[in-house]
Ligand binder design. Structure first.
Ligand SMILES: Nc1ncnc2c1ncn2[C@@H]1O[C@H](COP(=O)(O)OP(=O)(O)OP(=O)(O)O)[C@@H](O)[C@H]1O
Ligand SMILES: [Mg+2]
Length: 239
C-alpha cells in the first residue's frame, strides 16, 4: 500500500445497469477520519457509487480497496462484516418493529454485552430515539426515521460509514440536527463518505468534496480551500 492511513481507494470504477453505463471510470480515495462529500446532480451516479462500495451492485471494471483488501468482487454481507456500513437513501427500516428493535438489528453478530454498549452509544448520539425506543418505526417522523437509519449503522461500529443523503426530504430543523450528529460522529473519529444535496450541510461537515457528473468525477478539492465561496461549485454541479 502506498499510504498507511488510506481507508478506501476507488479506481477506474465502471458500473452498468444492463447496457446503460452509469459510472464511467471514477477514482477517489478516503483517508482515516476524513469526511468526503459526494456532490452531483440527480442521476449523476452518487448512490450507485456507494452501492458499488457496499457490494449491492457489481462493478463491470475497476477496483475498490478497503483497508488494503480488494473488495471489488466481495459479497455485500462480507463487506458489511469488514466494517463498511451504508445508510441507504431509502432508509430501509422495519416499519412494524420498534425503534430499539430496528437498532438491535444493526449490530450484526455480537455478544449481548457489546450490543447493550452500542445501544448506549447510539442513544447518546440520539436522545430523541432513546425517548422513543418503544415506538414503532412507522409512527416516527421522517427525520426521526433517518436517525434510526443512521443509528442502526452506528450499532455496527463502522470503520467506514456511507451516508446517502442524510438530509434528504427533511425540514430545516431536522437537517440541523442530523448535521450536528454527523459532526459529532466526525469529532469521535468516524471516517465517512457522504452523498449530500444540501451544500451547506455538506460543506459544514466535510473535509473534502468530489463532484460527479454523468458518472465521472468532474471536480473536487478541500472544502477549506473554497473559503466559503460556494457559488462556483454550485454552477459546476448543476450547469
Ligand atoms: N437498479 C437500476 N437499474 C437501472 N438503472 C438504474 C438503477 N439504479 C440507478 N439507475 C440509473 O442510474 C443513474 C444513476 O442513478 P443514481 O441513483 O446512482 O443517481 P444519484 O446521483 O444517486 O441520483 P439522486 O440524486 O436522484 O439520488 C440514473 O439514471 C438511474 O436511473
Ligand atoms: Mg441517489
Amino acid at each position: 500500500m502506498d499510504t498507511h492511513n488510506e481507508v478506501l481507494s476507488v479506481s477506474g470504477l465502471h458500473v452498468s445497469y444492463g447496457t446503460k453505463e452509469v459510472l464511467r471510470g471514477i477514482d477517489y480515495n478516503i483517508s482515516e477520519r476524513e469526511v468526503v462529500a459526494v456532490l452531483g446532480a440527480n442521476g449523476s451516479g452518487k448512490s450507485t457509487s456507494l452501492n458499488a462500495i457496499s457490494g449491492f451492485v457489481g462493478a463491470s471494471s475497476g477496483r475498490i480497496v478497503f483497508n488494503g483488501t480488494d473488495i471489488t468482487e466481495l459479497a455485500a454481507h462480507k463487506i458489511f462484516r469488514l466494517g463498511v456500513i451504508q445508510v441507504s437513501q431509502a432508509r430501509d427500516l422495519f416499519p412494524g418493529l420498534t425503534v430499539e428493535h430496528n437498532l438491535r438489528l444493526g449490530a450484526a453478530v455480537r455478544n449481548r454485552e457489546e450490543i447493550e454498549q452500542r445501544l448506549e452509544v447510539v442513544f447518546n448520539y440520539f436522545p430523541r430515539l432513546s425517548e422513543r425506543r418503544n415506538q414503532q418505526a412507522r409512527s416516527l417522523s421522517g427525520g426521526e426515521q433517518q436517525m434510526v437509519a443512521i443509528g442502526r449503522a452506528v450499532m455496527a461500529n463502522p470503520k467506514l460509514l456511507l451516508l446517502d443523503e442524510p438530509s434528504g426530504g427533511l425540514a430545516p430543523q431536522f437537517i440541523n440536527e442530523i448535521g450536528d450528529i454527523v459532526q459529532a460522529l466526525k469529532d469521535d473519529g468516524a471516517t465517512m463518505l457522504m452523498v449530500e444535496q444540501n451544500l451547506s450541510l455538506a460543506f459544514k461537515v466535510a473535509d473534502r468534496f468530489i463532484i460527479l457528473r454523468d458518472g465521472m468525477v468532474s471536480d473536487g478539492g478541500f472544502v477549506k480551500s473554497l473559503e466559503g465561496n460556494h457559488d462556483e461549485i454550485v454552477r459546476t454541479i448543476y450547469l
